[in-house]
Design a protein around this ligand. Structure first.
Ligand SMILES: *Cc1c(COP(=O)(O)O)cnc(C)c1O
Length: 370
């Protein structure tokens, strides 16, 4: 079976983890925490970084750092990981979902304004599958309505929008280092920001909000979102190779796109001329004229030993958000993507031969069903 993804762990990771074990520093606030929290934001073009337990907690912490709470609304793309809607809900605020655009699958910036109310406090955007959002338009709206901007960069480490890396545009950004993300720490995440006050507040909240003067006094509800030195050790080793990893991801996408180009009924992932897509996962859309459904294509590929994953299920349709009664008429694109999209094996250990094999199987299966 060709898996959708497999993390690639090198010698450096073992070396650094062994260093933690030898030094007997396996918990928080170790040597690797400090280096990783300095180097990762630097790679993104931001000043401050706070390592956390995962990407979901990074989003949650970001919202708390911005003082989003009960009665507030936050704009969230409809087509994304549930974590985005969850994080808003953890704060007692309401996620207000916005449809996607067909080309990049990102939030449709032209549909944001109509969803802004006097309760809206922030816009959370997600650089889906590694393609940056239209940040100019998002920042213009945030300026016009005085809204905070949270970037969910869980799928977009190192992606570039108009010459600048994602994660440095908003007030705060959240990254994930889950096993299938661009770099991994097993489980882990990071909040990054250029704002010193936000960084300080996030650092305070992420470690139980101990009072600076009187340690066991807590003025707000804090969290234990601390990243361990062991996680940071793996993360640092991965970060040292991130440019190579991103180049490999882009190369995989180029190989797929040239193999799949010209097959009728398949829409390939896009890359706007002013961005660098890092193609976290190589997603395709199975259109009506392909001749068979996406679900059937996926199961036929599975029979041939090729694993893949469906796109997200739209957040407006999730049972856990049913109390809000979102109107499905507002989300035609996100619904369509969820029905027609899926992603192919995208691990950086994937060979050109395997990509060739996967593409030839897609062509073969299509023929079989004509
Ligand atoms: C992976 C992911 C998350 C959550 O990260 P975890 O580390 O799994 O909690 C959030 N948002 C997006 C867009 C993701 O892809």
């Amino acid at each position: 079976m060709i898996p959708v993804f497999r993390p690639v762990i090198g010698e450096k990771e073992s070396e650094y983890v062994n260093d933690c074990l030898k030094e007997n520093w396996i918990s928080h606030d170790g040597k690797f925490n400090k280096i990783f929290e300095r180097e990762f934001p630097k790679f993104c073009g931001a000043k401050y970084g706070i390592g956390v337990t995962n990407g979901t907690s990074a989003l949650h912490l970001a919202l708390r750092a911005l003082k989003i709470g009960k009665g507030d609304e936050v704009i969230v793309p409809d087509f994304t990981m549930a974590s985005c809607g969850f994080a808003v809900s953890y704060c007692g605020a309401k996620p207000v979902f916005v449809d996607s655009e067909r080309e990049t699958w990102n939030i449709d910036v032209n549909k944001i304004e109509e969803k802004i109310s006097d309760k809206t406090k922030a816009i959370m955007i997600v650089h889906i599958f590694g393609h940056p959002c239209e940040m100019d338009e998002v920042l213009a709206l945030s300026g016009k309505y005085s809204l905070k901007v949270i970037e969910d960069c869980a799928e977009a480490h190192g992606a570039v929008y108009k010459g600048r890396k994602v994660g440095s545009f908003g007030d705060v950004a959240a990254f994930s280092f889950y096993a299938n993300k661009v770099i991994t720490t097993g489980e882990g995440g990071m909040l990054i920001t250029n704002n010193e006050m936000i960084a300080e507040r996030a650092r305070w909240l992420h470690s139980l909000a101990f009072d600076k003067e009187r340690r066991y006094v807590h003025k707000e509800i804090g969290y234990n979102f601390r990243m361990t030195n062991l996680q940071a050790a793996i993360g640092l080793a991965q970060l040292e190779r991130i440019d190579v990893i991103i180049e490999k991801k882009r190369r995989i996408a180029r190989t797929y796109s040239s193999c799949l180009a010209g097959i009728e009924g398949i829409t390939l992932p896009s890359e706007k001329p002013y961005v660098r897509n890092i193609y976290w996962m190589y997603g395709i859309i199975v259109e009506k004229d392909f001749g068979m459904s996406r679900d059937l294509l996926k199961s036929e590929l599975f029979t041939e030993g090729i694993d893949s994953r469906f796109f997200f299920t739209p957040l407006h349709s999730q049972p856990c958000f049913s109390q809000y009664n979102y109107d499905k008429k507002d989300f035609p694109v996100s619904i369509e993507l969820s029905q027609k999209g899926f992603y192919l094996p995208s691990g950086i250990d994937l060979t050109d031969e395997q990509i060739g094999f996967i593409c030839s199987k897609i062509k073969e299966i299509k023929k079989r069903y004509q």
